[in-house]
Structure formats: structure tokens, C-alpha cells
Design a protein around this ligand. Sequence first.
Ligand code: SER
Length: 618
Amino acid sequence: MTSKELRAKYLNFFKTRNHKVIDPAPLVLEKDPTTLFTSSGMQPLIPYLMGKKHPKGKRLVDSQPSFRAEDMDEVGDNRHTTMFEMLGNWSLGDYFKKEQLKWFWMFLTEELRFDTAKLYVSVFEGNEFVEKDEETLSIWKSLGVVEDHIYFYGVEKNWWSRSGTPDQMPVGEIGGPDSEVFYDFGTPHNSRFGDKCHPNCDCGRFSEIGNSVFIQYKKVGDGQFEKLPQQNVDFGGGLERLVGATFNTPDVFQTDLFIPIIERLEEQTGKKYQKDDNFTNIFRIASDHIKAATFLIKSGILPSNKLQGYVLRRLLRRTAVKLTQVGFDPVLILPKLVDPAIDIYQGTDYFKTGDWDSIRQVIEDELKKFQQTLKKGLKEVEKLQEINGKIAFDLYQTYGFPWELTEELFDKKGQNIDKIQFEEEFEKHRELSRTASAGTFKGGLAGHSEAEIKYHTATHLLHQALRDILGPKVFQNGSNINQERLRFDFSFDRKMTDEEIKQVEDLINQKIKEDLRVDHKTVPIEDARKLGAIGLFDEKYGKDVSIYAVGPNYHLDPGAKDQRDRGGYYSLEFCGGPHVAHTGEIGGVKITKEEAISQGIRRIRAELISVEQTRMLC
Ligand code: SER
């Protein structure tokens, strides 16, 4: 079965069960500071899983391109990829375990015609805070899954939240037990991965092909979980693995989602994917990383040393080093993989329009730059008299020199490097980046705390107040919120006077005093534009956009001439929320600093104050 057929079959299966198909979200969610990339289908749906009403109803289905930077170092085996497509279906407080498990089972056994003897399932075994998932167990049994195909696992494997196990979840985060289905490829067990094989074993015999998460809890404190007002289903299944299973191959690179890129690599190198051992691994890395880079560049990301741009740079450098090591020129080969990567998605919306030349050019330019860096690095290496594991790691960090390359250089000089020291440094660094990305998550999730929600709405008021006092040239350039303050960057070409700062502050506090209603709508992008919604907005948004309006009795009328005519709302912004329900909840706001951060860009910091303090201020 081709990937196109499988994708269509899945969407159709759920459509006939009253699900509405939703557009995939962009790979970088501009309004979600909690994470660098869209890494699962549920991520853009978090507000709805938490209780907000979705405009398309309670049953949703989609196919979501996703990217997981944290899996980059795993790519090279037969099933890990950074870029993948996640088939997803959701119940937002509608159906629950019984329907979900039955439907997915039907999809696998009737639509894809998988042999039940090859399917295994897992169930949450419970822990001290959350009970064992007996209900799921009995549903699987009622569907005919035999006992020795049912495995129990703890929170490490059968609990799902964006930030991991229950203890890693920040307060406010949602999650729940899950149940996975695995496909058994029947390959022999490799004892390197443990004495006994089981569905979650890493030996490659089993592949996880779907995960039904029952998002029913919200963390409310250390070890404390509260049932959400609605019981949700969040299903995700990797298209690549499902297609692989239909061909009975555990190697996702042997599916139509990769074959055209692998073939182009074979053509360019004269090597064979499966015959030339060393190349199997390199071809997997190159095909995944260039496909991912193509998606990322299409999403507007450029290589840089920060955030998403840094991840893109790492993808390209890792691939370049691998090819260089085996004697090929990455600049000549890698940009040629962009076309087959795009062709794979013909017929989908992912690459309907776009400037393919520039994608190729970005990749080529970055690779050329990297070749210069590598050359410089090699010169540095030549000068080094001595080497140890730490220096080897620095070379890896600075010039992207992989361990093998450094070892081989120094081997010629008759010097051995302490690999354990290198690995220790490597592990330290990995730990640091894990903490950093957990921080990114936490930062945003903490954004659901009471103080941060208030700051969020206060930011909208500040934005509009600045435009009222300083004029419509003022436009948001960035914003950052934590529990202690808000920070807002905006375009303006001079220092604000004390008088202006006071006017802005007074205006915000006036709007807080008026206790305006804050409302949310999802509207077609054209309507949002016509209404004059402001905020950070670009074409990375989907067709329908989420907007927040602050104001009494407002109604959204795209035909209205100016915002005062449009029902009297005070501010209207593109935004994913969350926000307070009424501005009065904010209490009051004090601007604590106004400064320049670059040519034409100013930064304001402001803090929440109490109603009493506000009275003294005005
Ligand atoms: N959120 C779950 C996952 O990413 C299922 O969609 O695996």
C-alpha cells in the first residue's frame, strides 16, 4: 500500500465515523513558545484538550507533519526519523477508550488487513498516583487480543504527556495513560538489548505503530492529579511505520516515503543502499535529514546558531560530515535530494506552492560555509600537539568533527584518545540540551499558571495602548512572559517620554478597571485580516486562525470600517491563548522599564500590581 493510499484510508475511516478533517498545523507554531517544533499531532490541540470548544466539533482527524530534534542522534537505524507524519484522531470529551481501541483495531485488521498474530498491545500498569488501566485491558481482551500479546508497562512507556513521565510534568500540564500497538516483524532477538524480547525492546523486532493516549488528567501539584472536566482521546500513529508494516518491512527507509531519496543517493554515489553496509546508515541519515531540512526551510527557518535555526544547521552538518568521511562531496550531492523529497509529497498540501530553488540554495550555501569551517578545523587539528577526550569533544562542538574523524587523525600521529572522557563530555552536553529543551517546554507550560495568564492578557492591552498613544506604526516584535514580569518588544524609533509611559500605563489600567470581557474565536484567515487583528502573524498560520478580542459587547463583523465600529472591542489579536476571562482579574499593571534593544526596536518591561497599588498610581 502506498503512503498516499494509507493516509487517505485513515482519514476516510474516521470521516465515516463523524470525524472532521482538520488542516495540519505549521511545523513551527509561532504562538506556542512551549516548544521549538510541532512534534506531535496533539500539540496544536492542547487548548481544546483542556476544554476549549473546537470550531469543528468534538471528533477530529488529521495527518500532521512532525519533527523531533531530540531523535536526531538515533537516526541511522531502520525506524528512527526526525521528520515524520503523524496520523491522528481525537475525541474532545466525546468517545473514549471503548470506541478508540475498537476503531483502531478495526482499522489495522480490516482496512490494512494486518494479521492479528503479528499485533501486540501494551497497557499502563499503574503507579502510586494513578491506577492500573483495567478498562483498557478488558477492552483489548474483548477484541480478541490474546493474553500473551498484552504487555504491561509503567510510566516510562505507557504514560504520555508532552513533558514525559508524571514527575517531569509541570503543574497545569495534561496527560494520561496510553496503550500502544506494536507490529511484530518476527526478526530474531538480539541479546545485546536484553535477555528477553518484548514489544518495547529496541532490537528491531517490534515496531510501535500507534498510540492511543487517554488524556484524562491534569497535574495540580506534586504527585497530585485531577481528572479533567472532559475525557479525551489523543491518538497518534507514524505513517512511515504503518506503511512499513503493510510491506512487512521494519525498515521505514524502504517505503515510498524514502525510496526516491535513497535512489537519488545511489545514483549520485554509485553505492547501493543495502549492499554497501557502511552506506545503509549514511543513506538513512542523509535522506531523513535532508527531507527534514526541506520541510524546515519551507516553514521559513534558516540555518543559524539559535533555536530552530541551530537544529537545521545541525541536521545539515551531521549529514555533511557523514558523507565527507566516506569520500563524497556533500555540496555536490545533498542539494540534489531536495527534489525527490518534495516529489514524495505530491498530491498533499505540504509542497503545493513554494520556491524550491531557494530551498536548494539555502542548503548549498550552508554546506559550503561548513566546508570552510571544516577546513579551518583541520588546520587547527594539525597544529595540536596533544589530544584528549575533552579536546576531541571541543572539536566536535566547534567544528562538528565526529569522534571517528578525530580518532583517525590522531591515529596517524600515533596518539590514542580517551574515548570514555569524550563520551562523558558528550553525555554532559546532552544532559544540558535536554534540560534546555525541557525548559522551553516548561516556560510555556508554566504560561498556563495564573500569573502568566494575567500577563498574557496584559500584553494584549499594552500592545493596543501603545498603538493608541504612539500611533499605528507601533508593532509587536517579540514578547516574553514569566511569573514575575512581561517583556514586550515593539517597533518605535525613539525613546518614549515619561508622559507617554504614564499615558500607556493609565490606559491599560483603565481597561482593566472596565473589566472588559475577553473572548476567543477561530475565524478564517481572511476575516481575521479584514477585522484588522494585530499581533505576530505570518503565512505560517493555517487557514483558520485563532483570535482573542478584548472589549465589551463586541461582535466580529468583517464588513465594519474601523475597530470602534466593530462592536467596540478594545484589542483584537492573533493568539492561541490562554487568557483571563475578564480584564478585571489582572488587578493592575506597572511599566518598570522602557529601553532600546536595537535600532528602531524598544523594549518594555511591566509587572502586575494590586488594585490598591493601581489606585495610588492613577
Ligand atoms: N500524543 C501522542 C504521541 O505523540 C499520540 O498522539 O505519541
